[in-house]
Design a protein around this ligand. Sequence first.
Ligand SMILES: C[S@@+](CC[C@H](N)C(=O)[O-])C[C@H]1O[C@@H](n2cnc3c(N)ncnc32)[C@H](O)[C@@H]1O
Ligand SMILES: Nc1nc2[nH]cc(C(=O)O)c2c(=O)[nH]1
Ligand code: SF4
Ligand SMILES: [Mg+2]
Length: 217
Amino acid sequence: MYLVKEMFYSLQGEGAQTGRPAVFCRFSGCNLWNGQERSREKSICTFCDTDFVGTDGHGGGKFREPEELALAVNQLWPKGVSGKPYVICTGGEPMMQVDEALITAFHNLDLEVAVETNGTLPVPESVDWICVSPKGTATLVQTKGDELKLVYPQYDAMPEKFEDLVFDYFYIQPKDLAYIAGDVGVQSDVLRQSIDYCMTHPKWRLSIQTHKEIGIE
Ligand SMILES: C[S@@+](CC[C@H](N)C(=O)[O-])C[C@H]1O[C@@H](n2cnc3c(N)ncnc32)[C@H](O)[C@@H]1O
Ligand SMILES: Nc1nc2[nH]cc(C(=O)O)c2c(=O)[nH]1
Ligand code: SF4
Ligand SMILES: [Mg+2]
């Protein structure tokens, strides 16, 4: 059984695939936060910008079989849009649910498969695009992939810790402070610090959450 919060067709807003059309499949639940605001502060991941609780979002639900979920995703790729359909498995933490059977079901329908993961759980090699976004003190187990996209700054997870891992692209993504309760800093300072870091460490590129800027999902 796969629990999905929501599914929608949009453009990848972040990282190396920015601007690319994709079906987003947002899995329910996360291993670094239970999604309840009252436990945010004491969770391992404190700045999450996403509601991943339950299955009540648009296109969300419970899918008994991998083929059933793959079909539902495939149906969100608009008829007549050329090219291979691209699905981004996100969440919540998708690797709590994504398994070989689901990846195979996607591939059998000729979909290209990406994941957005916090890197605390292993990702099968069969996934076509792996984006790892490390979180605070959480132990990283997925130490290779296509892109490493670090939300910045995180004082328990600074870029130096990750720069020798095996990824093709390294991104700094300014932390969006809008979701954090209390006095947590100034958004313009976060942006300035992120720009400064990239300008002094050319291995790292800036990733802006463009979907938030242009007002799409
Ligand atoms: C909601 S997470 C879901 C996937 C997975 N759990 C993870 O953390 O990578 C999707 C992406 O949004 C990023 N993100 C979450 N909250 C953010 C925030 N407040 N500011 C910037 N990026 C954020 C995550 O780091 C991740 O790259
Ligand atoms: N447009 C858009 N791009 C995204 N890239 C990663 C996202 C995510 O929440 O995982 C996301 C998202 O929520 N929307
Ligand atoms: S690990 Fe990802 S989904 Fe989980 S709380 Fe953090 S940003 Fe949100
Ligand atoms: Mg998002």
